[in-house]
Design a protein around this ligand. Structure first.
Ligand code: ARG
Length: 492
């Protein structure tokens, strides 16, 4: 290759700090510029500043407890850490081109301000246990935040279901009309899908709620730092049992990403349905103006862009999950630098959903349904045929025969170009003696709906009870607070 070896970015004002890097001592030359550019992660991990500073406060207290810092030094360090927090909060932290990551940048600043004292904070701590701790704290907040946003979407469905409780709608399989349902029953299906999504986020959160500080680079540390105290200080439910596992594992981030990807897929199915409902062909719902867009060339257009974008975003969230699975899959224990790639997909997936969820919540709340078209569609395409067959079963026919017979009835009606209720009783009776005048009762959508009165069925009374349960889970999620009572300010 040859060519000139480029110098790494050097900060001439800080020669004693080797340009601010955390690891220059055993090298005679600094890193190549291209190698440095590859390794720098401040553009990503800067968003962990709050978690990193929380960890540093806990660490400073532990160092004081074991006698590495005295009380005056602790007070000075804590005040300096508070100042760093102010700088980050105001977006005025003075980054240096020599900062490799957020941990190094904060240490550099502390050394600039406090001299040797700033350099004491690293004792017994490695960036390996530090980054694992930071990301767990970030993910914990992210899960809490997403659960609340899922709750808001569930609430929008509950409100729509309540408003349209007794409206009829077609129920589908294979996207072909199957049986009539209540529109509210269809809408409430999403509440339960979302409830499992929220449950996955809660599960991921509870499993990742383990502290890593005190693990050092991989084997623990010699100074007597107490992992349990870090856990308590940072509000973790427990300590990672094994220091190697603590620094090597990212399955916690994979669980968060899996929960995000499945949630994104739930929302994508919803987006697809809204797009279909809003077509002229379905024509059963209208998306509110605020969640629709026009066309730059076709003046008449009204496009359900928000629903389409929600559908489209699922691709990138799935991609985030696949990216991290692929990064982790062949990594030997313990820490490998590849793991630095963990943050971007996690941040991207969570932030994507933080934008998607409020947008789709507003879209759902804005939907205006067309009662007449829904009512007509509910019984179209012989959607009451199952009811007729089941009535024949009640009269003693084996279902196999009843199915065959009703199939003939449908074929006959189709030939005449009428619906089932358009057949006259004599025509029916001529097909089979069981098809007497009584069966005409079966040709009513409301009856068909209310006969399905199992606890999870579409009968009006059952849906009313379901609605009460749905309202409760939506309210619980919408009012979700972190179980440990830790700070749950919005994820930066
Ligand atoms: N920036 C690194 C990461 O995100 C921090 C840990 C670096 N550890 C190390 N031994 N180089 O994973």
């Amino acid at each position: 290759m040859g060519g000139e070896v480029r110098r790494p970015p050097q900060d001439e004002t800080q020669p004693a700090l080797d340009g601010g890097r955390l690891w220059g001592g055993r090298f005679t030359a600094g890193p190549d510029e291209a190698a440095w550019a590859l390794g720098v992660s401040t553009h990503v991990d800067r968003y962990l500043w709050r978690q990193d500073l929380d960890g540093s406060r806990a660490h400073a207290r532990e160092l004081t407890r074991i006698g590495v810092l005295d009380d005056a030094e602790l007070a000075t360090l804590l005040a300096a850490i508070d100042r760093v927090a102010e700088l980050f909060a105001a977006d005025t932290f003075p980054w240096s081109p020599t900062d490799e990551d957020v941990h190094g940048a904060i240490e550099r600043w502390l050394v600039e301000q406090l001299g040797a004292l700033g350099g004491k904070l690293r004792a017994g701590r490695s960036r390996n246990d530090q980054i694992a701790s930071d990301l767990r704290l970030w993910c914990r907040e992210a899960c809490d935040d997403l659960v609340v946003r899922v709750g808001a979407l569930q609430s929008a469905f509950v409100t729509q279901a309540e408003t349209h409780l007794d409206w009829h709608a077609p129920g589908y399989t294979h996207l072909q009309r199957g049986q009539p349902v209540l529109l509210s029953h269809h809408l409430l299906a999403y509440v339960w899908m979302l409830e499992r999504d929220a449950g996955r986020l809660r599960d991921a959160r509870s499993r990742l709620d383990s502290s890593t500080l005190g693990s050092g680079a991989l084997a623990g540390q010699t100074l007597g730092l107490d992992p349990e105290r870090y856990a308590r200080e940072l509000g973790f439910a427990r300590v990672c049992e094994n220091s190697i596992d603590a620094v090597a594992s990212r399955d916690f981030a994979l669980e968060v990403l899996s929960a995000c990807a499945i949630l994104a897929v739930t929302l994508s199915r919803l987006g697809e349905e809204i797009v279909l409902w809003a077509t002229a062909e379905f024509g059963v719902a209208r998306v509110g103006d605020a969640f629709s867009t026009g066309s730059s060339i076709m003046p008449q257009k009204r496009n359900p862009d928000t629903a389409e974008l929600v559908r489209g975003k699922a691709g990138r969230v799935i991609g985030d999950l696949v990216a991290l699975l692929t990064t982790v899959k062949a990594l030997p224990l313990a820490y490998d630098r590849d793991l630095q790639e963990d943050k971007e997909p996690v941040f991207d997936a969570v932030r994507t959903l933080q934008v998607v969820l409020p947008a789709i919540t507003g879209t759902v709340a804005s939907l205006e349904f067309d009662r007449d078209r829904l009512r007509a569609a509910a019984v179209g395409d012989y959607a009451l045929a199952t009811d007729l067959a089941e009535e024949l079963v009640v009269r003693g026919l084996p279902f196999r025969e009843a199915h065959e017979l009703v199939g003939q009835v449908v074929r006959y009606a189709e030939q005449l170009g009428v619906d089932l209720d358009g057949l006259d009783p004599e025509q029916l009776a001529a097909l089979h003696p069981s098809l007497d005048a009584e069966v005409a009762r079966r040709f009513d959508a409301q009856e068909a709906i209310d006969r399905r009165d199992g606890v999870n069925g579409t009968a009006t009374a059952a849906v009313r009870a379901q609605l009460a349960r749905a309202r409760r889970v939506a309210a619980t999620n919408a009012g979700h607070r972190p179980p440990s009572g830790v700070d749950n300010s919005p994820v930066a």
